[in-house]
Design a protein around this ligand. Structure first.
Ligand code: NAD
Length: 429
């Protein structure tokens, strides 16, 4: 999906935001590159006796505001540029939300679908052995991302405890509940996206019950959001996963689509070709066609660079809710902006996940656990507060994109932490 250099996209976004801010050269220099890159090779004895060596990365982008924070992705397309970009966006995201973390990210070049469970466990534990010195509750705190899940986080936390000979659940978030996970972490990203979408709907004076939605990606984030929007009365017209997309003008039931995915392998199997539902207007389409569907809200919730200069002009939605990280290229951003589409940027739209990860880290450190209601009651005001902060910053600066407003809001917080230790001006004699 991505031949585009993702890190240079991220740096272009940063440069774009600098236009609205006074930032010292010192802070700019610090933010132009990651603080630390760890690359590790992970040799695994496969089930058939052969040895396979996987490559993994952990990037700590910046820790001026607190320890690094960010997920670990298992995907064959992982590359260092992508991990650096994702770690940078995490630095922005934690600052957007005002939570006391910097930004980090990890990735392993692997197709987990080709591994047995034992092999997957060995890769997960091997990755932690490779990066153990670069992570820790006060250093850099990983979490799940694409194709990693609570069980994998559990293996990783266990491996870290074995290496350090200490129970340290706060080293990683998104863990299973019995290992110190937080209530609500599974739905947190979707819940956060839901709250900011509801604020945007209010701001644009739209009606949820008359709004249509298409969601690309039907994993943790995409599925949970689809379910919440369906329950709220939105009509979910399009859904997709890596195997294809499906659309039905009078609405799809996300639970039904999940059953199809579990039982037959894809959301695209929700209706058999030629079935009654098929005749009622269910169409099997491509992921590219899903982006161009005539809907009010488009939600990329899979991988990056799916809205590009090639297809942006064909996007018909009024709101693009970026649940995936980096789904819109800078050229596409400009095209969407010129069309009057509100792009709710990833660093805000999907920040519910990292916010509840922060709650998990807090609970681990205090050894005192909250109920799901307590978690969600604490999440909502933060999502709403930061949506309002960013939306009003955008409105105060005529012509500002919401992404720039989010970046400006975040960069002010990061730069304040970098500059608190002094800038060039403080050293002039
Ligand atoms: P996941 O692994 O649970 O699901 C990914 C989904 O994307 C799957 O349904 C998969 O089939 C689909 N997919 C993969 N390749 C695709 C393709 N080429 N076209 C269409 N669909 C494709 O992952 P997730 O946790 O839901 O994460 C999805 C996105 O949200 C990622 O960009 C991730 O970085 C971002 N995100 C997730 C979280 C979280 O807490 N889960 C938090 C913040 C951001």
């Amino acid at each position: 999906m991505s031949k585009i250099d993702v890190f240079s996209n991220a740096m272009q976004q940063l440069e774009h935001a600098y236009k609205y801010l006074e930032v010292s050269n010192d802070a700019k220099a610090v933010l132009a590159q990651p603080k630390r890159i760890t690359e590790t090779s992970i040799p695994i004895r496969m089930g058939n006796g052969s040895l396979k060596v996987f490559t993994g990365y952990r990037v700590l982008y910046n820790d001026a505001r607190g320890p690094g924070k960010g997920g670990i992705r298992f995907h064959p397309g992982v590359n260092l540029s992508e991990v650096k970009a994702l770690a940078f966006w995490m630095t922005i995201k934690t600052a957007v939300m005002g939570i006391p973390f910097g930004g980090g990210k990890g990735g392993v070049i692997v197709n987990p679908k080709e591994l047995s469970k034992h092999e997957l466990e060995h890769v997960s534990r091997g990755f932690i052995r490779g990066v153990a010195d670069a992570i820790g509750p006060d250093v850099d705190v990983p979490a799940p991302d694409v194709y990693t899940n609570p069980m994998i986080m559990g293996w990783m936390a266990d491996e870290y405890a074995t290496i350090t000979r200490k129970y340290q659940p706060a080293v990683i978030t998104g863990k299973p509940l019995p290992m110190g996970g937080s209530e609500g972490r599974g739905e947190a990203t979707a819940k956060g996206a839901y709250h900011v979408l509801m604020e945007a709907i209010k701001a644009l004076e739209m009606d949820a019950k008359k709004s249509t939605v298409a969601i690309q990606g039907f994993g943790n984030a995409g599925y949970n959001l689809a379910k919440m929007l369906h329950e709220e009365g939105f009509t979910v017209i399009g859904l997709s996963d890596s195997k294809g997309a499906v659309c039905k003008m009078d609405g799809l039931d996300p639970e039904h689509a999940m059953r199809a995915k579990k039982e037959k392998g894809s959301v695209n199997d929700i209706y058999e070709k030629g079935s009654v539902a098929d005749e009622k207007g269910c169409k099997h389409i491509t992921n590219e066609e899903l982006i161009e569907l005539d809907v009010d809200i488009l939600v990329p919730a899979a991988l990056e660079n799916v809205i590009t200069k090639e297809n942006a002009a064909k996007v018909k939605a009024k709101i693009v809710l970026e649940v995936a990280n980096g789904p819109t290229t800078p050229e596409a951003d400009k095209i969407l902006y010129d069309k009057g589409i509100l792009v709710i940027p990833d660093v805000l739209a999907n920040a519910g996940g990292v916010t509840v990860s922060y709650f998990e880290w807090v609970q681990n450190r205090q050894g005192y656990y909250w109920t799901e209601d307590e978690v969600f009651d604490k999440l909502k005001p933060i999502m709403v507060r930061e949506f309002k902060n960013i939306y009003s910053l955008m409105q105060e600066n005529d012509g500002m994109m919401m992404r720039d407003a989010a970046f400006v809001h975040a960069i002010k917080r990061i730069v304040a932490a970098i500059e608190a230790k002094g800038t060039e001006a403080d050293y002039k004699v």
